[in-house]
Ligand binder design. Sequence first.
Ligand code: 2AM
Ligand code: CA
Ligand code: CA
Ligand code: CA
Length: 259
Amino acid sequence: MLKQTLIKATLAGSKVLQHYFNGSFTVSSKSNINDLVTQADKESEEAIFKVIREEFPDHYLLSEEAGDLKMDSNTKWIIDPIDGTVNFANGIPICCVSIGVEQDGKMILGAVYNPFINEFFFSERGYGATLNDQKIKVSDKSDLLRSCLVTGFPYSYLDTPNGPLQVFEKLIRNNIPVRRLGSAAIDICWVASGRFDGFYEHNLNAWDSAAGFLILEEAGGKVTDFGGNYYSPYQPNILATNGKIHDDLLLAINGNWNP
Ligand code: 2AM
Ligand code: CA
Ligand code: CA
Ligand code: CA
């Protein structure tokens, strides 16, 4: 039931994205002029909430635009109604709905759907991960120098030591391809399906990574914070890889990698 509701909610949100994409919608700024929220973010969130509330009115919802709707429940839905809003607002079809379900403090279900290229990533803890119902797994690449990586940049704190620019510079100076798609949830899923070998990003929120975290782990990948410790979606920094380049990328992020 939980699984069906998750799929239904993800599709309901994505319908809103499809409805507004390349059309007209209101756009406003949040923390700064490029931190956007559109009418589609809000309506996608409402459509998702409606599906969940119909089945599970008592569940806890945590969602980017509505915030923390705490309830006394052991089941929490962690929702990003559009991940990649800046892309969405520019008509770039790299954006998605991302929803994770946490039970008793553990991620148990994750769904990430990009309706523009019809890619539905899904995972249930213990049952692997799929892309459009086909099993996926991470890449076999073990040499960081031959890897293809993806990252994202926060809107602030770019110039801290070992911050996003320093890590990026180090990798680029070693000729490692590092892409920047603009949707953290899609980035993680594309590591899960083997397109990328690793993803790292500073300063994410729980709704950016909760679903992707489970999808990647179930696809055989490894997810930690920048200290190499167990990852929790409630802390900001994520390193998500195929497992084989994890230690070297960790060293690169912390400034100690000598290829
Ligand atoms: P969003 O589109 O849901 O806002 C791009 O690097 C990723 O960062 C996207 O997943 C984007 O999610 C997220 N993001 C948006 N605003 C951010 C901010 N102020 N700081 C860090 N990440 C942000
Ligand atoms: Ca946002
Ligand atoms: Ca997001
Ligand atoms: Ca969002």
